[in-house]
Design a protein around this ligand. Structure first.
Ligand code: SF4
Length: 112
């Protein structure tokens, strides 16, 4: 049986759960956050997994596995830049000072 469709609220709950589990904060800007969680839901419904909302699929789950949210690079990016590649997840310090997310280098070797 096909997996049920994810709503934007499902994706929002998923992101909140990840953030809480990891000790991260979610993007504070409600509009930006809404776009990101909508992207997660759309990707889940399109590919069957929460592909990163700011990256394109390379065509298969195995090719995409390093960038299924939370991606393999989130921790390192949050430590170095204060936020993940999409800025969905942020360090508590970056979040508390209202930091402006910047464009950061792609760590995925398949996409760099
Ligand atoms: S950069 Fe990584 S952690 Fe951030 S939204 Fe994309 S997949 Fe998730």
């Amino acid at each position: 049986m096909a997996e049920s469709r994810k709503t934007v609220e499902d994706a929002r709950r998923f992101a909140s759960m990840v953030a809480e589990h990891q000790g991260w904060k979610l993007m504070a800007d409600p509009e930006f956050l809404g776009t990101l969680v909508e992207g997660l839901a759309t990707n889940h419904n399109r590919y069957g997994y929460y592909l990163c909302p700011c990256r394109d699929s390379l065509g298969s789950p195995s090719a995409d596995e390093d960038v299924i949210c939370p991606c393999e690079y989130a921790q390192a990016d949050i430590e170095e830049h204060g936020h993940c590649f999409c800025a969905l997840y942020q360090s508590p310090a970056f979040h508390a000072r209202g930091g402006e997310p910047a464009s950061i280098p792609e760590r995925s070797p398949r996409r760099g």
